[in-house]
Design a protein around this ligand. Sequence first.
Ligand code: GUN
Ligand code: ZN
Length: 430
Amino acid sequence: MSDELKAYRGRLLHCPGAVSSADDCEYLDDGILLVRGGHIEAVLGADQRSELSADIEFLDYQRNWIVPGFIDCHVHYPQLDMIGAYGEQLLDWLETYTYPAEMRFADPDFAANAAEFFLDQLLRHGTTTALVFATVHAHSADALFNAAARRQMRLITGKTLMNRNCPPQLCDTADTGVAESRELIRRWHGRDRLLYAITPRFAPTSTAGQLEMAGELAAEFPDVYIHTHLAETRRECAWVAELFPDRRSYLDVYDHFRLVRDRAVFAHALYVDDRDRDRLAAARAAVAFCPSSNLFLGSGLFDLAATSAAGVRTGLGTDVGGGTSLGLMQTVDDAYKVSQLRGHGMTPWEAFYLATLGGARALHLDDRIGNFATGKEADFIVLDTAATPLAARRSAAAADHWEELFAAMILADDRMVRQTFVNGRPMSGQ
Ligand code: GUN
Ligand code: ZN
């Protein structure tokens, strides 16, 4: 990695910390982002350009925006071949479309090819970090880690644990699931920018024995992630209550097996109560709000206001293939509509925070990514809010930068992502 200083000029926006008003975000209408050796060096006003040595690499993005790379807190890389699958809700959708798609990952070459394609697509949509479901096959996690390492991405994944209520070809056992996970942790966790997540699919597809062993593994590796689904549909919740009759709630099933703690990320959490939310907050666990998936699968409307009020760390997840876009801006578009239906709306700065620093905080990575603080890893994107004729017209009519950015997120189009930088390097293929 070259340690040369590089400068990028444009409209800079990021969240230095938590956001409760527009003023909590830092916006420079004409700013310079200084990057050295994969890390953020400083944010300057363009009027400070004369302080920079004349011979440094300087790229002028003019009226384009330079913002932190987006963070997807829940997505499935094996589900790109069945995204937008028609006609079913969660449990039937899994049987009809999802499990057959995941069976194809038994072939390591297929998995390797899918991993490359998936990461190129993430980058194209402006996502630089993701927490990702692989399949039950250990080599599916290897494939994604390898592809992410080649791109120097900060990425979290793990092999799925599932040993009942699924097709036999996709079943592991309590013993093999944990043994393979342990090997993968040793191989990948903390290597380059990669991190491991112990990944039980959801409570119905693991026996109590498997969840128990997953909890023991988590205790053995306290800084490893836990990634699963929680309370996404009413039918699923009724099934979990039948399978685990002694537990107070769905969350309590995971809690009983010591899977609720910091670095645990629960996708959805639609059908939870205040006690569950308080428990999630106290445990420093996180929730991935996946509005596109929740709408597409008809699962329900997430209560962002109650979750935020309880102090639960919350990020956005695309949940592709339940979700219908890999883009975080498209996900903001759906999140806003869900919040409207819930009756509380969502501010532009809240939306931007969720897609950047909020996601980093949900993943306990806010000391490394999510904004332009000095020393952070240099994952950032260049956005062109005039990339399409309609977006150009709408941008030109905006009264201020928040109106422009918000409308751009609602018009959400990956053509707006002009360039993605990972670890200070421009990614190709865009
Ligand atoms: N619950 C269990 N598995 C899945 C999955 O693959 N997608 C979604 N959206 N929910 C799940
Ligand atoms: Zn999911």
